[in-house]
Design a protein around this ligand. Structure first.
Ligand code: HEM
Ligand code: HEM
Length: 222
């Protein structure tokens, strides 16, 4: 077996998106659930979350090697083999972690979209909530309430699983998400995407969200 060496795994867009999402989601619960700051901040954190999630989904198709969905989304047979320990842990997300990644991205997307159509019946109306009937907006608000509870459970499981990998297997998943490298005796450095690609994709995603938010509300709302 060759000697362990530092291998490049997570590119900066994956890492930056992850920690920015953590900050935004904390801000969303602080403002939505605990009344810190104002709901204006909740909306801003929501728009940032929507941008980051759209970016991460796009990056899953055009990004660096281990950021791509094709690198880590696996069928049930590979998942079973991984769980039985008959295949080694891959460099990127393992097949079980991949399920959590997909679940979190889907929930974050659903939560941000439902927020756009939600309202608190007093002061705060999502930018698209007046495009639909008040009954429909009420239903979206119910989904928004339910979604935040499910998201909380999934994120808690995510953090417990990462702690579990360390405690049971001494497998450190956390620091690679900070500095981007893993120390392994197998595998090669990930193929990195062109440096201009991530900023370009980010600007496109932010532009799409801005269009939705500023051109979405009916003119009479102002
Ligand atoms: C991932 C993104 C989001 C998360 C995790 C989230 C989370 C939350 C939470 C925890 C609450 C409090 C719910 C409760 O009292 O039980 C809330 C309420 C609310 N959110 Fe969000 N939110 C997100 C995105 C958005 C967006 C993008 C908007 C609109 C631009 C939005 C608009 C609202 C509104 C209007 C309420 C008040 C509803 C009410 O309490 O009646 N949210 N959200
Ligand atoms: C709001 C909270 C969080 C959300 C929404 C979240 C979401 C995610 C997502 C979407 C990924 C996939 C990364 C990618 O491929 O782009 C991920 C991975 C990861 N997260 Fe989080 N995360 C949260 C909190 C945390 C916290 C608090 C930690 C620290 C313990 C953490 C540590 C990690 C690690 C180590 C990975 C990589 C797992 C692996 O190697 O497969 N996350 N997270």
């Amino acid at each position: 077996m060759s000697t362990p060496r530092r291998i490049r795994v997570w590119d900066w867009p994956v890492r930056l998106t992850h920690w920015a999402l953590v900050v935004c989601v904390a801000g969303l619960y602080a403002t939505g659930e605990y009344g810190l700051l104002t709901m204006r901040w909740h909306f801003w954190f929501g728009y940032a979350t929507l941008t980051l999630v759209l970016f991460r989904i796009g990056w899953g198709f055009v990004g660096s090697e281990h950021a791509r969905f094709s690198d880590f989304v696996r069928g049930p047979r590979k998942l079973y083999a991984y769980l039985r320990g008959t295949t080694p842990a891959p460099l990127g997300h393992n097949p079980l972690g991949a399920l959590a990644v997909l679940a979190m991205l889907a929930l974050l997307l659903a939560q941000a979209i439902s927020g756009l159509f939600s309202n608190d019946e007093i002061e705060w109306y999502g930018p698209l909530s007046e495009r639909i009937s008040s009954v429909a907006s009420e239903r979206w608000t119910d989904w928004h309430h339910l979604g935040q509870q499910i998201l909380l459970v999934v994120v808690a499981l995510h953090v417990v699983a990462i702690a579990g990998y360390w405690l049971k297997r001494r497998e450190d998943l956390l620091t690679p998400m900070l500095h981007g490298h893993k120390t392994r005796s197998d595998g090669a450095d990930a193929r990195w995407a062109a440096p201009w690609l991530a900023p370009t994709l980010f600007v496109l995603c932010a532009g799409a969200v801005a269009l939705l938010v500023w051109w979405g509300p009916p003119p009479l709302a102002y």
